[in-house]
Design a protein around this ligand. Structure first.
Ligand code: 5GP
Ligand code: MN
Length: 336
């Protein structure tokens, strides 16, 4: 496998671990498949090496990812603040996964920033906030954080043995972040997927848990999304708005809209898609694109966010009436 990071960086990680016994693995708010897969896979691998590991995230992960957290070991800051604080207080090392900086962990991130433990970043976003960390393993030249971590672990421990559950966790992140190998795929991604399969990763379980565990309400919400796609053919774009009323009528749960933003990309001629989700006090904006069209620039410029070339997100003021105008203005800057 091609080496991602210089040997001396891996050696520093090894030295930092030699001085650690309690490790906290932390990820971003509203964690997705890559975040949870990376946290559980890395946490379990480190535990296997003899470390005491606690996995923490700022808010709950969606129910369809519960199959990765078999031992219900993940602590959720919004619900278990005291347990999280206790674990972090004991930690010698904090590994942040699938975030470019601690600010994507919101209040929990502010708290982590003040802690004196060694801080390590393992991530695949652009522009890592290097000043937040002592060691940085970060490159956008991988499909996912799960791919990156698996490759780092292989260079750290070339004779490493992975369990079926660890392999399943890592493959989940690759499958979800690449939208089932449709985008952000590198040659090495398939190699890693093949190795994970060799370690027993259960792709059928992943597929069934992630893509075939809809509640009826989630399916009805998707029906609403499908029936209300708005087309902007002049930009090769389409978008979906899900207002609070609609979300409430389908008894919305965290994660219910996972993947909906990709739906319009299935329409012939559509290369940019957007999903607007009305939250309590703002509208969450998700953007996706195909090929050479980048959406991270408009996510940053128009929606106070950012992300990857073809998958970004941000937010806007809580006024659904302004969505189309703002989206058109943004698209006008990237589509001639
Ligand atoms: P999603 O639409 O799945 O919520 O987010 C897509 C991608 O955008 C994420 O994988 C993440 O890289 C990025 N992203 C999401 N929210 C933010 C944000 O608030 N700021 C930045 N910089 N990136 C974000
Ligand atoms: Mn990711």
């Amino acid at each position: 496998m091609k080496v991602l990071f210089p040997k001396n960086l891996v050696a520093k990680w090894d030295q930092a671990l030699a001085q650690s016994s309690h490790i906290v693995v932390a990820t971003h708010i509203n964690p997705d498949g890559d975040a949870v897969g990376a946290m559980i896979g890395l946490g379990s691998f480190l535990r296997q090496q003899g470390y005491r590991v606690t996995c923490i995230c700022p808010s709950p992960y969606p129910g369809f990812l519960a199959f990765l957290d078999k031992e219900k070991q993940v602590l959720v800051y919004s619900h278990q603040k005291e347990e999280v604080i206790r674990a972090v207080d004991k930690a010698d090392m904090i590994v942040a996964v699938d975030v470019s900086g601690l600010s994507r962990m919101e209040e929990m991130g502010e708290f982590l920033l003040r802690i004196r433990a060694i801080k390590v970043l393992m991530d695949h976003h652009i522009d890592p906030v290097v000043e937040d960390f002592d060691l940085v393993f970060s490159t956008p030249q991988v499909s996912s954080t799960c791919e990156l971590i698996f490759r780092v672990l292989n260079s750290w421990k070339p004779d490493a043995v992975f369990t079926r559950d660890q392999a399943t966790a890592f493959l989940t992140g690759i499958i979800t972040d690449t939208n089932q190998f449709a985008n952000s795929v590198f040659t090495e991604t398939f190699h890693v997927a093949s190795l994970l399969h060799g370690w027993g990763a259960d792709s059928e379980t992943i597929h069934s848990a992630v893509f075939q565990h809809f509640t009826l309400n989630r399916m009805r919400l998707m029906g609403h999304a499908l029936s209300n796609i708005k087309m902007l053919p002049q930009f090769g774009a389409a978008y979906i708005v899900l207002t609070r009323d609609v979300l409430e009528s389908c008894d919305y749960r965290n994660g219910d809209t996972e993947g909906f933003v990709n739906i319009p990309l299935a329409i012939k001629g559509i290369s940019i898609s957007a999903l607007f989700l009305q939250r309590e006090d703002h509208i969450k904006v998700s953007l996706r694109s195909k090929g050479a069209i980048a959406v991270n620039g408009i996510a940053k410029q128009f929606f106070q966010g950012g992300g990857h070339y073809n998958a970004s997100a941000g937010k806007m003021e809580d006024d659904p009436g302004k969505i189309e105008e703002l989206l058109k203005e943004a698209l006008g800057t990237i589509i001639a």
